[in-house]
Write a protein that binds this ligand. Structure first.
Ligand code: 5AD
Length: 349
């Protein structure tokens, strides 16, 4: 049956199932009236569950060594121009100390898939943070691991895990990743994490090379099945030293549209206005909040390693994107009509 995009938005808003062709139509739509309706509906839904609260997470990028060779990513194994680094436990705890003083109550340990950080080492880091800051949540974002590793991380005190599925279509997945990686394994990891009891985050890049509107709808449907607590969406951004150096970056508008659709279909999810969104547009972060996002993840890594965690060209790590720029960020968030809260900020589901 024919549905105009206004009806699709109302269906998303009321939780009525929507069809693929409806979503494609909405993703294609560039009518400003309809786009504003989508945005304002998403903003309303976030308001119903979270008011104007914006949660902050301190991002600690603790290693940029990676055994994987994803074609889009600046810290891929074969990028010989990346200067590699690892933080020590002391460095990491120092980041947490600084973050805690600033008001952070969630620390996100993100890194490449680095064999140096064995299960025991990761567990020791988690336990050390939890021992010092029992009122804080620890989120891991360190890629695909065995069930036993995930269970050990959970037992050591980790609360949450971020693992983007990147694309929910096998064929597209194989265009973004080498043959030794599979969507099947990625999905299995996500379901394993859920079954252990982690609050799980997933997501994908908008405008990644070879992505079609069909792929985007598959991504939205996959998240509908997975029902993650957190959803990280950002535009693909070209990195000059990767095989995708000649592919153009994803667009701000499409990313905002997808954020709004996901807010409508996951009313209680924690959705960050990502660094990538802030990196492609000076107001990207604020526009992300207005489109339905409710989390910001400023960089807590030591200043001397930040430029080495270059997932894509011109990745922001200073100013409002840096933990020490929190005051400036608070002001920008308030000007946009929201408020940063000091809270561990669990998903309300
Ligand atoms: N552009 C945008 N996002 C990227 N990521 C990796 N490379 C890029 C890029 N070139 C994202 C991936 C990964 C997350 C940590 O960063 O989605 O899951």
């Amino acid at each position: 049956m024919y549905q105009d995009p206004t009806t699709t938005i109302e269906h998303l808003y009321s939780g009525t199932p929507v069809y693929k062709h409806e979503l494609i139509k909405l993703l294609k739509c560039d009518d400003p009236y309809i786009l504003e309706l989508l945005r304002s509906r998403a903003d309303m839904v976030r308001q119903e569950h979270y008011g104007t609260d914006v949660y902050i997470r301190g991002l600690i990028e603790f290693t940029n060594y990676c055994k994987n060779n994803c074609y889009y990513c600046g810290i891929r194994r074969d990028n010989k121009d990346a200067t590699r680094y690892r933080l020590t436990l002391e460095d990491i705890l120092h980041c947490c100390d600084e973050g805690y003083k600033l008001g952070f109550r969630t620390f996100v340990l993100q890194g490449g898939e680095d064999g140096y950080f064995t299960r025991d080492k990761i567990c020791h880091i988690i336990a050390s943070i939890k021992e010092k800051y029992s009122d804080c949540a620890v989120t891991l974002s360190i890629g695909e691991c065995d069930m036993a590793d995930y269970q050990a991380f959970y037992n050591a005190g980790a609360d949450r895990y971020l693992l983007r599925h990147e694309t929910a279509c096998n064929e597209h997945y194989s265009k973004l990743h080498p043959d030794n990686m599979s969507l099947e394994n990625r999905k299995e990891c996500l379901y394993n994490l859920k079954s252990i009891g982690f609050q799980v985050g997933s997501g994908f890049m908008v405008g990644s090379p070879f992505q079609t509107l069909d792929n985007l709808v598959e991504d939205i449907f996959f998240l509908g099945k997975l029902k993650p607590h957190m959803i990280g969406i950002g535009p693909f951004i070209t990195h000059k030293d990767t095989p995708f150096c000649n592919h153009k970056s994803g667009s701000l508008d499409m990313t905002l549209k997808v954020i709004s659709i996901l807010r409508l279909s996951h009313p209680k999810a924690l959705i960050p206005a990502t660094t990538a969104l802030g990196s492609i547009h000076p107001n990207g972060r604020e526009l992300g909040l207005k489109a339905g996002a409710n989390v910001i993840m400023p960089n807590l890594s030591p200043a001397n390693v930040r430029e080495k965690y270059m997932l894509y060209d011109n990745k922001l790590s200073t100013g409002k994107e840096a933990a020490e720029g929190l005051e400036e960020l608070c002001k920008a968030v308030e000007d946009a009509g929201y408020k940063i809260v000091v809270d561990v900020g669990h998903a309300k589901c």
